[in-house]
Structures are given as structure tokens and as C-alpha cells.
Design a protein around this ligand. Sequence first.
Ligand SMILES: Nc1ncnc2c1ncn2[C@@H]1O[C@H](COP(=O)(O)OP(=O)(O)OP(=O)(O)O)[C@@H](O)[C@H]1O
Ligand SMILES: [Mg+2]
Length: 238
Amino acid sequence: MTSLLEVRALDAGYGDISVLHGVSLHAQRAEIISIVGANGAGKTTLLSALAGLVRPTAGEVWFGGENITRMPAYKRPHHHLALVAEGGRLFPFMSVQENLHLGAYPKAVRAGRDQRMEEVFEIFPVLKERRKQFAGHLSGGERQMCAIARAMMSRPTLLMLDEPSVGLSPLITYEVFAAVKALVRKEGLTVVLVEQNVGIALEIADRGYVLDHGAIVHQGLAADLINDPLIKETYMGL
Ligand SMILES: Nc1ncnc2c1ncn2[C@@H]1O[C@H](COP(=O)(O)OP(=O)(O)OP(=O)(O)O)[C@@H](O)[C@H]1O
Ligand SMILES: [Mg+2]
């Protein structure tokens, strides 16, 4: 089976600073992969490269059988790739509903945005209750849900999440991840999840990759990684 997403020997960085070194990974349809690693490992840089915000200096990114390595960032949502950046980046003085509408800006999804919003509300019912409220007045967990919901408005097939657990209690993090799992089941969504919180990220994922100093140093089934004594000791403080 060919992968929905395939990253081949990717190098990327900022000017003279090289951050990613030969990163290769893949994700199938309806799969959740987690990329875990310490501060500064290059997790955000990797997602930025996949979103087209950082230009790779070597390697390739294939998505849906198409080489998108050089596709500009603004075109990627039209090709059903969506990134939820760290912190969610909502517009705090716009309502939940207005934030969601903005997610439906690609022409192909604009006309059906109200129907789409109802579909998204089925997964995030709390957002329906709060739809007239300013996004800035949501709780941390609701804000993260709203950011994911906004990304879902563009009907992505690949959703990339940068540290959605930051600032959330474990309980609320589980709630957010349960919603992500529901999206995977309902829509066959593929998820690339980046997390510093290794335990929780491997619990939700099918497979995992460990990124260290810009290189993949471990990979495997999440269930195997979570029980690996080396991973436990190095990344989970156990
Ligand atoms: N805009 C930038 N310009 C220059 N260097 C950067 C830039 N953004 C990140 N870096 C550097 O790239 C390296 C990887 O950073 P990155 O943000 O990708 O790590 P991360 O794994 O997401 O870390 P964190 O867990 O703290 O979010 C770091 O050494 C960082 O200082
Ligand atoms: Mg980061």
C-alpha cells in the first residue's frame, strides 16, 4: 500500500542553521503517527517543512502520490493538508463561528461551510454552545478544540498538530485526543502529532518516531515504543 504522506531524507533549517538531517517517515490513511522529542529537537521545524513554511534543502515530501516538496504553503490547504500551529493561533476577538468560517477559505469548501460546521460541531459539541462567544474567552481545552475544528473546516485528509497538550491538564488533553480519534474513525483522517509529552502522544498513536537533534533515532509501533525501557528512561523519566 502506498502511503498518504511520505517524507524522504529531508534536510531543512533556517539560513545557515541546519536543523533536520535526513528525516524519513510515512503515514497511511486513517493512521495517527506521533513525533516525539525534547525541546529544540526539530519537531516544529519538521511540521513547518511539511506545511511549506520552511523550505527543505534536500529530500522530498510526497503527499497523495504527488511531490509537494516545493508547493507554496498557501496552496497546501487546497490540497487538504492542514496545520494547527502551537497554541492554535485563533483570532481572539472573533467569535468561534467566525474563526471556523475562516477555516473554510479554500474555494472548493466555501459554499458548503455551514453544513461542514454542523459536521464539525458533532465532534466538538461544546463549540456549538459557545459559537457566538469570542475565541479569546474559551478555556484552554476549548481553544485547542476550536483550532482543530477550524483546521477541519477545510476538509483535510492530513492534519498536523503541534503540541496540542501544551497548557492543558492530562484530563483535558485526553478529551482533545478523543475528539481527534473520533475524526480519524469518522473521516479516515491521517494525523501527524508532534508532542513533547511522550507518554500521552504514544498512547494515542498507531506508530511513533523519536526525533533527536533533527534526526529520527527510534521508530516503531507506538505500543512497542511505550514499553521500550530505553525510551521510558530517556524520554518519559521512568
Ligand atoms: N526561526 C528560526 N530561526 C533560527 N533557528 C530556529 C528558528 N526556529 C527554530 N530554530 C532552531 O531550530 C532548532 C529546532 O527548533 P524547533 O522549534 O523545530 O524545535 P522543537 O522540537 O519544536 O522544540 P519545542 O519542543 O521547544 O517546541 C532549535 O535549535 C531552534 O533554536
Ligand atoms: Mg516546537
